[in-house]
Design a protein around this ligand. Structure first.
Ligand code: ADP
Ligand code: UDP
Length: 238
């Protein structure tokens, strides 16, 4: 399957049409951004790691009953996926306080919740991805009530599966962002990516950050952290 015209270039990936109207090719870049594009940089080798990690985790999730857009990896940076119409919601699940949660509610990072939380933001760069709840999403006709129920159910299932997976790799799954889309028949599937760009991953023992926060917060050791988390994933899947 060949890449035809480029349909979109985002902050982390390029999206290409193929000769099959139901399939796309995504190409993962090393470009990194944070704070809604204000901070820009490169994380060498990130595209390869995010492509491979996202594909392995989505294949694993499929086996556990979560439908995804993943079809086939073509090479280190490129993957064939099912074309979806993206539901313009960023779905964030949290197990531990961190990032914007800690900031909004004035609490420290690292508080372990009794139950995971879920929140949505409106995927709209111009508006800075504002937070919204299901009633707002319904009012804005971003999704139907049934779709939101399905998305919530899958998001918690992804959390349950990946939390256990990462724990067996010696990693605590702190929080993550998901995107969902509709296939041409309306079926909701998990889309976009699952990677250290979109998840917070801490070493179980040392609480060392093995994710994009190292880039966001200028902590150094960014490439090494991505390589380490990839190594742990591969060892756990082997
Ligand atoms: P952003 O748009 O936030 O800069 P990326 O650089 O990751 O993000 O660009 C990838 C784009 O492709 C995102 O807008 C994402 O919603 C979209 N996308 C991801 N998976 C699919 C898919 N299966 N079908 C259509 N679009 C997708
Ligand atoms: N996240 C993401 N894309 C976004 C915003 C958040 O992938 O546009 C991920 C982020 O990596 C983290 C989780 O979602 O794993 C929660 O992020 P948070 O709301 O704390 O925002 P942040 O402070 O990271 O901007």
């Amino acid at each position: 399957m060949e890449k035809l015209q480029q349909l979109y270039e985002g902050k982390a990936k390029k999206v290409f049409a193929t000769d099959d109207p139901e399939k796309l090719i995504v190409e993962y870049k090393d470009d990194a951004t944070a704070f809604n594009g204000l901070k820009k940089g490169t994380i060498k080798g990130k595209g390869v790691i995010n492509n491979q990690m996202s594909n392995r985790l989505m294949a694993y999730l499929e086996k556990q009953g979560v439908p995804t857009h993943y079809i086939q990896e073509i090479n280190e940076r490129e993957t064939i996926v099912k074309k979806v119409s993206i539901v313009p919601l960023e779905v964030i699940v949290r197990n531990i306080s961190a990032g914007s949660f800690a900031k909004h509610y004035g609490v420290e990072e690292g508080i372990v919740f009794d139950q995971p939380t879920i929140e949505f933001s409106y995927k709209n760069d111009e508006l800075g991805d504002p937070l919204l709840n299901r009633y707002h999403a319904l009012a804005l006709k971003l999704a139907t009530a049934e779709e939101i129920d399905t998305i919530e159910k899958y998001a918690f299932k992804v959390n349950q599966v990946l939390k256990a997976f990462w724990l067996s790799a010696g990693v605590t799954l702190v929080d993550f962002k998901l995107e969902f889309g509709r296939l041409s028949d309306g079926t909701i599937v998990l889309a976009d990516e699952i990677s250290p760009d979109t998840s917070r991953l801490w070493d179980v023992k040392t609480h060392e950050k093995l994710d994009k926060d190292r880039f966001r917060r200028d902590m150094g050791g960014v490439e090494e952290a991505y390589a380490e988390i990839m190594k742990r994933m591969e060892a756990t899947l082997a």
